[in-house]
Design a protein around this ligand. Sequence first.
Ligand code: YNC
Ligand code: MG
Length: 400
Amino acid sequence: AYKFWATQPVPQFDEKPEEFKEGPLRLQKVEDISTEPVPLNLEPFRWVVLDLTNEEEMAEVEKILNGHYVEDDEAMFRLKYSRSILKWSLMSPGWKKQWHIGIRSGTTLCAFISAIPVEIRVRDNVMHSSEVNFLCVHKKLRGKRLAPVLIKEITRVINLEGIWQAIYTGGVVLPRPVSTCRYYHRALDWLKLYEVGFSPMPAGGKIQIQQRKYKLPDNTATRGLRAMEAKDVDGVDNLLNRYLKRYDLAPVFSREEIEHWFLNTNDKDGEKVVWSYVVEDDNGKITDFFSFFCLESLVIKSPKHSSIRAGYLFYYATEVGLTTPVEKPALKKRLNELMGDALILAKRYKFDVFNALSLMDNALFLEQQKFGPGDGQLHYYLFNYKAKPIASGVDARNQL
Ligand code: YNC
Ligand code: MG
C-alpha cells in the first residue's frame, strides 16, 4: 500500500520487530551520491535552495507554512509559525543552507522541506544524524507525488554531507514507527479554549466549575527556581545530558546546542520563543531544569479569537531522577512540583494551553497536573536505522 515507503530503507510492517537486528539498513558512500538534484519532470516546477538569512525568502517559508502546514482533522486549527520560531528551529547550530529546500512554480514557493543536523543516540549507539521537518505541499498540489520527490531530494543533500540517518515525526502512520506518543493538553484559559471549540464542556458541566478546576496559584513554589541565564549553560548541559541517558532514544546536546535551544540569544530582536528555568541549590549547583516553547495555532473559524497561544513542554531534568536506583515516588513528587510551577509560569506569560507528549517521564505527572489526552498521536520514525520499538525517550524538538 505504501508505494514510495516500500522502496525506502525503513522497516516494513510485515517484519517482526523481535527479530530486528539493530543498525543501518543501507550502506553507501558519499562518492556514490548524485551531485545533481532529483529530476522533477513536472512543468513548471523547479528546485530552489532558500536562504533564510534573507528576510524575503524567510517570509516565503512563513507564508507557505502558515497557509498550508499541519491542521487538526476537522480543519479548525492550523499551526502558526512566527519568524522567530522558524529561525530557532531551522537555524540551529550547524544548520546548512542547502537543507532548506523548496519547489517554485514561477515565483511562488509551493512546497518546502527542511533538515537540521542533530546528534541522536539509539540505545548505545550515538549517530551524527539529521532531523527532517516542515514537509509541506501547497493545498492545490496535493496528491501529485511531490512529497516523495522532496524526501528523495533532502535525502540526497543530507547524504552528500556523509550523514545517513534521519529522525522525523508525523501524525500519519508510515512504515514504521519506532515509537508512538499521544498529545496531552492542560487548559490554562479554559473559557477561551471552550469558545474556540478546542475544549468540550463535559456532560453536566458548567463554565465556572471548569474554570475553577484549572485555576492555578499566582506564584511558583519550588525553592531556588529562577529563569535560566547564560551562566547556567554548563550546569544545564551537564544535568540534561546525564538525565537523557535514562532513555533509549534521545538527542545528545553540545554546549552550543544547549545555548541555542534553551537561551536562544541569537535572535535578539525577535520575540521570545523558549522559556527555560533552573533550580539552583544552596551550593550553587543546578539540580533541576525545565523548558517550554511557544507555538501558536491559527483558529480557522471563530468570530471571537484568532489564535491560541500554546506552550509545549520541551526538555527537563532533575537530579532526583539520577539517584541509583531511581526512586519512582520521589521522582514523581519532584516532577509534579516542577511541572506545577511550569504551568504557573506559562499562565503568567499568557499561554492558553500547555501541551506535553506521553514521552520521557511524563506519565508521572500528566494526570495529577490535569492534562487530558488529545486526539493527536505523534509517530516517531528513524530513516535507515532499524531499531526495536522504543517505549520511552525520544526527541522533544519533534513537536515543532
Ligand atoms: C509525511 N508526513 O504516504 P506512499 S511531518 C512522510 N511524511 O507515500 P504526495 C508522507 N511521508 O504511501 P501530498 C507524509 N505524508 O505511496 C504523506 N506521505 O509510500 C507519503 N500536508 O505523496 C504518503 N506535513 O505528494 C505517500 O502527497 C506519499 O501531496 C504521497 O503531500 C504530503 O514534516 C504532505 O502534514 C504531507 O503538506 C506534504 O499533505 C502534504 O498529500 C502536506 O502525493 C500538511 O507521501 C502538512 C503536513 C507533514 C509534517 C514532517 C516530517 C516529514 C518527514 C519526511 C520523511 C523524511 C525521511 C528522511 C529523509 C532524510 C534521510 C537521510 C539521511
Ligand atoms: Mg503532491
